[in-house]
Ligand binder design. Sequence first.
Ligand code: ATP
Length: 594
Amino acid sequence: MQQVLSYLKPYRKWMIVAWALMLIELLVELWQPLLMEKIIDDGVMAKNLSVVWTWGAVMLGASLLSFAAGIANSFAASYVGQEYGFAIRKHLFEKIQSFSFANLERFPTASLITRMTNDVTQIQNMVFMSLRIALRAPLLVVFGVVMSFAVHVQLALVLAVAVPMLVMFLLWMMKKAVISFSLVQQTLDRVNSVMRENLAGMRLIKAWMRGTYEQERFIKANETLMKRTISVLRLVETITPVLLFVMNMAIIVILFIGRIDIQAGSITAGQVVAIVNYTTRITSALSMFAFITMAFSRAKASSGRIADVLSVEVDIEDDKQACNKAVEQGEVRFENVSFRYPNSRVLVLKDVSFVVRPHETVAILGATGSGKSTLLQLIPRLYDPVDGRVMIDGIDIRQMKQEQLRASIRFVPQEVLLFSGTIAENIRFGNEHASMEEMIQAAKHAQIHDTIMKFPNGYETMIGQKGVNLSGGQKQRLSIARALVGMPKILLLDDSTSALDLKTEAKLLKELKWYTCTTFIVTQKIQTAMEADTIFLLDDGKLLAKGSHDELLEKSELYRKIVASQLGKKGHECYDRDIEPWQLRDKSSKQKTT
Ligand SMILES: Nc1ncnc2c1ncn2[C@@H]1O[C@H](COP(=O)(O)OP(=O)(O)OP(=O)(O)O)[C@@H](O)[C@H]1O
């Protein structure tokens, strides 16, 4: 809570103003029963109309002052609440942006969204309440009892018994409510997560007719949320009836004793009315506790969840002495690199060592799950190895500024992610300063320019969320264009040409030679690998073999098997470099069918 509340510091002045206004309201409220006492005893009972008029006017003026202070306090409280919410959301967003992949994996996306929206709103509400009623209510209770003693000690004793009992009861309820509200919040996360998965996978759900299953999943999550919310509301809703019962009993006792004392002449009617008035004001202040309890319990649960995000130690940060040098050559060296994902004990890369010279093209082949994507992700330092080191241009990348490192690398992940916006905006995501010519050039090299020109609005064509209105191959080529426009020193293509036909892919790979960058291409296709200068053969996280196509045919049994399984030919026949790779596939498939 303390960490989250520390963001209130810049609004201290406004908070003081709000509390000062609240104090004016409180003072008027505490003064009013005394004014009533005066009007009743010196005016009504003494039949002195001028006292009634004079003190009635004072009471009216005090009420107007309290009303104005209340409105001004509301404005100040809303201002602080909104500004504070804005600041926390901003800090949360910045913190999440600084997360490494490993940090991100700790929090489900839906949970981060709930924390940034619903949890921040809960804290905002608490701040508003703290400035508006949360402090006023307890002060009113304490000073209400004190003032009652000032009016009449014997009658005030009734309040001195009832109020502490109720306060104890409220504290006990608050403790229980905090636990229940944190459960509600977790269930809300679950509902958000089911909804998010459902919306993201709607096409698959419809195509596979899994609507009923999804509906049941949602109903289950929604039902749990409803039940938990009802149970916590029931808890909180018992507060007001208990409160009213005890305070009404207190009023009956005060009136009973008051009647006897009036007859005995030890108290005036005005004093009894004043004490009853304090009692009703204390009751209303205590009943605010139900709302305050609710708001504080929710805010406590929410602040814990927000603090969880804010206090995450970002595990990939720039070293203080990190060099601020851009990548110049693009030489990539792995020295005995081993890696396991933070949430796993299994080594995914095992003692991998290699050097890739600047401007060389490397194809990475290997079975699914052999660690190809993982190897690529270590180059822009999305994760740090558990052993060994990754070096670029002779510098350990942990000694480089991440901004410099990543500015020179363009990573095209396996799963294409496009943003809603125009095609031009999506390509410029790779280089916001790219001119139209540079953009077209990148699109041409990525073999997507002609397709774009066929769209009625060309480069201004709007792309739907995640590129829904594009084919798989179009999306892949667009994401490659986006990488090329950044003129990278190191280009990482993670199976990014899998949806392309062999002819288009071969053209694209040829155009890549125009770029003076070191290129890593993860692929499952032997024809793609054959285009590279060097092929890495990964097997179960180990770099089993490396070399050119010819060298691997000679020295690797596994490579020969892959070649034979894909091309339907004996390895040595693939030496025939007059045949374009896509022709090789066509030829082999024809052979198979004849
Ligand atoms: N974020 C992660 N957390 C834990 N384990 C992971 C994570 N990502 C991948 N793995 C595991 O690491 C291993 C290597 O995965 P990787 O994605 O690098 O394989 P790959 O060779 O690229 O596979 P594919 O060809 O299917 O894409 C797999 O066993 C996978 O289950």
